[in-house]
Write a protein that binds this ligand. Structure first.
Ligand SMILES: CC1(C)S[C@@H]2[C@H](NC(=O)CCCC[C@H](NC(=O)C[NH3+])C(=O)[O-])C(=O)N2[C@H]1C(=O)[O-]
Length: 348
């Protein structure tokens, strides 16, 4: 399907709206074949007032889940994991014996989402973990202390625990840390020079935007959440990236450059989330108002909201970032960058 050209004005307007709703800064980049559109509004640093640009790296949150799913699917291609095998075949006694690898990648395992407990109170919860280093088992223990949300396979229920388990599967199958697998299987082959996995280091490498967490209490000042281990997230959300790199990555995923065609087809087996959204394996599908569907993921880690999506053929991608979080209005506004990228002026 030939897409209408992107609407740079709508892209800029979406970022300006995010600033009016509390984001100190916002950036977005569209890669449409060889044509690049960029927008940037506001500041990367509220103290120095330095302007944010698309050169600024950021905590990419749950877009990490797509990287993790790609590595798991590569291991399936290599015969080291099987999608419909029980997780416990690889991690004895780890979870309910009915849960399969496919269940965790599609958020249908029923495993409890432990951030609901950790971050029930936003800033106290964050301050309690920002310098902590968790083992995967400690995070899993937080989850299995609670009953399953649903019978494994019965329904969709988003849970970071699923991608902690996926990271454990990668490390068991390869004998290496997930960061090594990300780097050797994805970052280096795709030339993602602005993308890294530095857990548990708290500093973001290279030029980056600071992140600002909005407290629950109305009117309370933003909290600078830039420095954190992100250890609560790891293979569920600790990758650092850039707008350029996430556009390159999602384009490569949908063009089948990282997995076999059969495994990409598995990624695109959809579980409905609502009337306009579905979840595959580490991949979201968003059905837009203009009839176009976009494929990618969103992310929320303290101080950073990310949205990264590409077209069905991977030829047009858009990534956007605001350097604030715990602000549902801003997260919703970030979704407008999809309409700007894939629906063109008619959507305004
Ligand atoms: C489904 C999401 C949006 S949330 C999920 C994951 N992030 C988390 O689970 C952390 C959420 C708490 C972070 C914090 N919020 C609170 O503390 C609220 N009390 C904030 O906003 O910075 C991620 O990333 N995913 C996004 C995704 O996949 O799109």
């Amino acid at each position: 399907r030939n897409l209408t050209p992107p609407d740079p004005g709508a892209l800029r307007d979406a970022l300006r709206a995010a600033l009016s709703q509390g984001a100190p800064g916002a950036i977005a980049r569209i890669d449409d074949g060889a044509t690049v559109y960029e927008a940037a509004e506001g500041v990367a640093d509220r103290t120095t007032r330095r302007a944010i640009t698309n050169e600024d790296r950021f905590r990419a949150g749950s877009t990490t889940k797509t990287f993790t799913a790609v590595v798991v699917l590569q291991l399936v291609d290599e015969g080291k994991l099987a999608l419909d095998a029980p997780v416990n075949d690889y991690l004895p006694g780890a979870v309910d014996p009915r849960i399969t690898v496919r269940h965790v990648l599609s958020h249908r395992s029923g495993l409890y989402d432990y951030p609901n407990t950790l971050f029930a109170r936003t800033v106290p919860g964050f301050e309690a973990v920002r310098n902590k280093v968790f083992t995967n088992q400690e995070l899993l223990d937080l989850a299995v202390a609670r009953p399953l949300n649903n019978r494994p396979g019965a329904s969709y229920a988003y849970s970071n625990t699923n991608y902690v388990v996926a990271g454990m599967l990668i490390e068991k199958a390869t004998g290496r840390p997930v960061g090594t697998e990300y780097r050797e299987r994805i970052f280096t082959p795709l030339g993602l020079a602005g993308t890294s996995y530095v857990h548990p280091a708290t500093a973001l490498p290279g030029r980056h935007t600071r992140g600002y967490l909005r407290p629950d209490e109305a009117g309370a000042p933003l909290v600078d959440s830039t420095a954190q281990t992100a250890s609560w997230a790891q293979s569920a959300g600790a990758i650092i990236s850039s707008t350029r790199d996430l556009n390159t990555f999602y384009s490569a995923v949908l063009q089948g450059r990282l997995t076999s065609a059969a495994r990409l087809a598995e990624m695109r087996k959809w579980t409905p989330v609502n009337s306009t959204q579905a979840y595959g394996l580490g991949l979201r599908r968003r059905d837009l108002s203009c009839g176009v569907s976009a494929y990618g993921h969103t992310g929320a880690v303290q101080g950073y909201y990310t949205s990264a999506f590409t077209s069905a053929d991977g030829k047009r991608s858009v990534t956007a970032l605001t350097n604030t979080s715990n602000n549902a209005t801003v997260l919703s506004t970030l979704g407008r960058t999809l309409e700007a990228a894939f629906c063109g002026p008619a959507a305004r």
